[in-house]
Design a protein around this ligand. Sequence first.
Ligand code: 5GP
Length: 114
Amino acid sequence: MPEQNVFQKIIAGEIPADIVYEDSKCLAFHDIAPQAPTHILVIPRKPIRSVADLEDEDGPLIAHLWSVIRMVADRVGLRNGYRVVVNCGSDGGQEVDHLHYHLLGGRALKWPPG
Ligand code: 5GP
């Protein structure tokens, strides 16, 4: 069996995470190396490697993840706005091969990203 990546281990409860929300379909937890005052990762429990691996049948799951992102942003008080980032593949800067949404906020974020 292939080695599980870090997010799969968090889903399995094998390594700890500072979880802010979870349900039967997804988890939201604080990034271990925050790039903004608020930096939360929202991930599906389903093992999807990246945006490039999404299938049409994942539509309802993706809609749910966006609902959770909005709810978590509200819950942690990101009243002035926020940014949602999804890195895909090596050129996109993806380091963990499990689909994840970065929810960043708590300061004015610069544009464009590097
Ligand atoms: P990527 O570069 O793949 O888009 O983002 C992966 C993110 O996962 C990075 O922001 C990194 O800091 C975060 N990360 C990596 N390992 C861990 C971990 O063990 N726990 C948590 N909470 N975040 C992690």
